[in-house]
Design a protein around this ligand. Structure first.
Ligand code: FRU
Length: 501
């Protein structure tokens, strides 16, 4: 058996049992981060989703709760959607005695074969128990594929605004409402970029500038699958303007929110504190999610991320305002015994005349979770850095970085020859790759490994790369970094551990 099936990631959210996909209903209220999610608790594969529920106060420790929204019958499912805080009781459905922060409204898709409608449910206890609205649906255009509503309060036009996927029309529908019950059509957005088979999970959010919290830009996330450039499903985004009726994209570039294979259906938290934009993605891919190794539950969420926007060079001549993704701060999960202060440079042991091992560390714990940073500087082109992440049986996953005057090429080898995984799937690619154009002399990289999830961030959040991997015979515990003709620093290496909940 594949041993790491039994070990859960230390910090990435996993469901207690059953099959999980999209994050849903992300809402922050009264110091609590709510995470609902597509959950099929009858089986380990997709089918008959309802809303699972978990909460956190630090975005790293999660508490499982009872299912929040259940399907009314076996032939209906509760598909993806969102939550808002109706603090002013615009819906008129809340008792005046309900605390304003406890008035949570879920807006989701009720799926039946051949028909999808937008329905709502009310919670008066801050998001734990929901009662479906008596007069559902609140939005029905008679279509089979019309789903995944995400709602925000648009203060300038004094209305609720819903974005919802018109999946096979390749449009994002915009609807407005004064009360979450009556919805009218505002506009449709037709995006450039990849269309694939269908649009899913649109998410409109105002995102602050990296260097100025007061300045904001509208970002529209859009999930697409199948038909992703790397195969299966992926998350695209647009940066633009929203005037209360229309969304217009600033440019027509194809923008990918995460260049790995395992970051889908991303959503942001309604009411993220301090005007910031926090979100999370599903760390899997529809191409193989039903078949990855699993025993009691299947799949994990990514770490929560903080989003900003910043000008990023696309090449030597073009810059463009881009989504910046940073994982939330992990310092509270770092094991105390660390050598964070140490910076290793140049050669402790030579493998060959040109290859130096510059860093090796055996982790003390067996959490399978650690993080590290690299600053890669090319001395002569092409330069190469290899990061080997191995378990005690010598099974490993490897990250390769090749830097030349064109840029940095990153690949991850998660193939069976290296990992020894007994699990075989023709579409679970051996190598996943990402490209960072050359616009700097030093390439900074931040990597988080957590049992079977690898999240990589480069150039201070300008590039994100999330991929799962499956090691045979136990979790990784040794980190080895070697280099050829680079001047590379390895630093901020920390073992990570689950926090008591
Ligand atoms: C995206 C998605 C959504 C749908 C849900 C069903 O991954 O296909 O469009 O609401 O999953 O579980």
């Amino acid at each position: 058996a594949n041993r790491n099936e039994g070990q859960r990631p230390a910090l990435h959210f996993t469901p207690k049992i059953g099959f999980m996909n999209d994050p849903n209903g992300l809402v922050y209220s009264k110091g609590v981060w709510h995470l609902y999610y597509q959950l099929n608790d009858r089986n380990l594969v997709a089918g008959h989703p309802e809303w699972g529920h978990a909460t956190s106060t630090d975005l790293l420790t999660w508490k499982w709760h009872e299912k929040a929204i259940k399907a009314p019958s076996d032939h209906e499912s509760i598909f993806s959607g969102c939550c808002v805080v109706d603090c002013n009781n615009t819906s008129g459905e809340f008792d005046e005695s309900t605390g304003s922060d406890d008035r949570i409204v879920a807006i989701y898709t009720l799926h039946t074969q051949g028909h999808q409608t937008q329905d709502i449910a009310f919670s008066s206890d801050g998001g734990y128990i929901f009662t479906p609205y008596k007069h559902n649906p609140v939005l029905d255009i008679g279509w089979a594929d019309f789903r995944d509503p995400k709602v925000l309060w648009h203060a300038l036009s004094n209305q609720w605004v819903m974005v919802v996927a018109k999946c096979h029309q390749f449009k994002v529908g915009f609807y407005g409402s004064p009360d979450l019950v009556h919805w009218h059509h505002l506009s449709d957005f037709e995006g450039a970029g990849v269309r694939g088979y269908q649009y899913e999970m649109p998410n409109l959010v105002e995102v602050p500038f990296d260097d100025d919290n007061q300045r904001k830009k509208w970002v529209l996330f859009l999930s697409i699958g199948p038909g992703a450039p790397l195969g299966g499903s992926f998350t695209q985004y647009y940066v633009g303007e929203f005037d209360g009726t229309n969304f217009t994209s600033d440019d027509n570039y194809l923008r990918t929110a995460d260049l790995g294979k395992d970051w889908y259906a991303a959503q942001t938290w309604f009411n993220s504190p301090d005007g910031k934009a926090y979100g999370i993605g599903w760390a899997s891919n529809w191409q193989y999610c039903n078949r990855v190794p699993a025993e009691r539950y299947r799949s994990a969420m990514s770490l929560p991320r903080k989003f900003t926007v910043r000008e990023v060079p696309l090449n030597a001549n073009t810059k463009s305002l881009s989504l910046i993704s940073r994982p939330i701060d992990l310092s509270i999960a770092r094991l105390p015994s660390n050598d964070a202060a140490m910076v290793y440079t140049n050669g402790s042991a030579k493998i060959s005349p040109s290859i130096d091992v510059i860093y090796q560390r055996h982790m003390q714990g067996s959490t399978g979770a650690f993080e590290f940073k690299l600053n890669i500087k090319s001395v002569t082109s092409p330069a190469r850095v290899t990061v080997d992440i191995a378990n005690p049986s010598g099974r490993s996953v490897q990250l390769n970085f090749v830097v030349d005057d064109q840029g940095m090429f990153i690949s991850m080898d998660r193939g069976r020859i290296r990992t020894g995984s007994s699990w075989d799937h023709p579409l679970f690619d051996d190598k996943v790759c990402m490209w960072v154009p050359s616009t700097q002399t030093v390439y900074d990289v931040h990597v988080i490994i957590d049992v079977y999830v690898c999240e990589l961030f480069a150039i201070d959040g300008a590039y994100a790369f999330t991929n799962t991997f499956f090691l045979q015979d136990g979790v990784a515990s040794t980190l080895t970094v070697s280099q050829e003709v680079t001047d590379t620093e390895v630093f901020d290496v920390y073992e990570l551990c689950p926090l008591a909940s």
